[in-house]
Design a binder for this molecule. Structure first.
Ligand SMILES: Cc1cc2nc3c(=O)[nH]c(=O)nc-3n(C[C@H](O)[C@H](O)[C@H](O)COP(=O)(O)OP(=O)(O)OC[C@H]3O[C@@H](n4cnc5c(N)ncnc54)[C@H](O)[C@@H]3O)c2cc1C
Length: 374
């Protein structure tokens, strides 16, 4: 039994309901509201706050390491690979302009790819290095990458022979970024409903019916599904493969010299300085089948591999303790690396499958989704 005030203010039928309050869902809701200020826009988020990859990630504001970009160019062709880099780069610029560097904690401390002794990647990257910089000049107007072997010792890294640096990347504070985005969406008039898990999305006679986990239902004129790695339970026909990523963070390390973001082994491992310690993630390649899941959790095998990397490469000869471990769920395609932004029906849109680059492309995917919803 709702009062008239509840019905009119809290249970208004939304013109647009967005399922999922991650970076894509919140930016989509914000941009749609800006375009349609009179419309009621509601974000339905299953967690007590945004609870997906957007609050679990490593906070790399990056556009791709040299080995990844060279591999993409070889497999997909130059044009497609450059288009993806440009999309990431424009996304990062738009994210920083929209929320402000101060609010997202962006640090211009640089991005790096490191190569161990006898690393099979190194000769490939060294051979393609000049061509890569030349190809990327159309996007960056400068050489994006530089060899920086001299800084390896300064960062305290062990067993690393070569390092490439770009000054165009850096870390952000993911939590602050999401709070800034959430605040902006709410201030623009978007209604965000936490603890609102949707279990089914169905076309109805004059709109879309959302069945909720608590047994109630919500009717909306139109719905945009932004559930990324969790999309399979709502729209199983889409090619969205969940992929868990595990992370650990050390306690603060006195005198830590490491600064910036770092990629290793074709991006299968990534680390950065964070809150005075080292944040390290990756190792999914050690158990692809086991990590193809939407279940949160960490496993001994992958966590041990991450700790071995700390001992051997990142903090050689230093003692450290692990302060925190967590996981997050990404979404990949079985064939494609591109996001899905499409209509599932006239009234239901989908914007999912952000891969490992949602910080960079999330805002651009949201803009495309809003264009699609009209
Ligand atoms: C460990 C890890 C490290 C990463 N590191 C980086 C990085 O350094 N840089 C980078 O660019 N990208 C990184 N990523 C990828 C990036 O975080 C994602 O691409 C991006 O956050 C995806 O945003 P999203 O809004 O599409 O999805 P999500 O953030 O997952 O949002 C989906 C939302 O939907 C909600 N939801 C799901 N199902 C339902 C339902 N049925 N009803 C209601 N709500 C629902 C979830 O709770 C969640 O809040 C990383 C990801 C992980 C997991």
């Amino acid at each position: 039994m709702h009062s008239i005030w509840e019905s009119a203010s809290f249970h208004r039928r939304p013109q647009l309901a967005v399922v999922g309050g991650g970076i894509v869902g919140l930016f989509s809701a914000l941009f749609y509201k800006r375009r349609h200020p009179g419309h009621h826009v509601q974000v339905l988020e299953r967690g007590p706050h945004p609870s997906g990859a957007s609050v679990k990630n490593a906070g790399f504001a990056c556009f791709g390491s040299p080995s990844e970009l060279l591999s993409d160019m070889a497999h997909e062709g130059l044009e497609a690979a450059l288009a993806r880099v440009e999309e990431r780069w424009r996304g990062l610029q738009e994210l920083r302009a929209e929320l402000g560097d101060e609010h997202i904690g962006f640090e211009a401390s640089g991005g790096h790819e490191i190569y161990r002794k006898d690393d099979a990647l190194y000769p490939r990257v060294a051979e393609g290095f000049d061509r890569l910089n030349a190809d990327l000049r159309s996007i960056f107007g400068m050489d994006a990458f530089h060899w920086d072997d001299g800084a390896i010792a300064r960062f305290g890294l062990g067993g690393v022979e070569h390092m490439i640096r770009t000054q165009l990347e850096g870390p952000i504070d993911t939590g602050r970024m999401m709070i800034a985005l959430l605040r902006k969406a709410v201030e623009s008039g978007v209604a965000v409903r936490p603890r609102s898990a949707v279990v089914a999305v169905e076309d109805a006679a004059d709109g879309v019916r959302l069945a909720m986990l608590d047994g109630t239902a919500i009717e909306a004129d139109r719905v945009l599904v932004c559930t990324n790695g969790y999309t399979g339970s709502l729209l199983p026909q889409l090619d969205v493969v969940p992929a868990r990523g595990q992370v650990l963070l050390t306690a603060p390390i006195p005198g830590l010299a490491l600064r910036g973001t770092f990629h290793l082994d074709e991006g299968f491992y990534y680390f950065r300085d964070c809150k005075g310690g080292v944040l390290l993630g990756g190792g999914r390649n050690l158990d692809i089948a086991g990590e193809t899941t939407t279940a949160e959790g960490v496993t001994d095998g992958i966590q041990h591999a991450l700790e071995d990397l700390l001992h051997e490469i990142i903090l050689p000869g230093r003692s450290f303790t692990i302060a925190q471990r967590w996981s997050g769920i990404m979404a990949f395609g079985s064939e494609s690396k591109s996001p899905i932004v499409e209509r599932a029906s006239d009234r239901i849109g989908v914007a999912v499958r952000l891969g490992g680059m949602g910080v960079a492309i999330g805002i651009r995917v949201a803009r495309r989704a809003v264009d699609m919803m009209g």
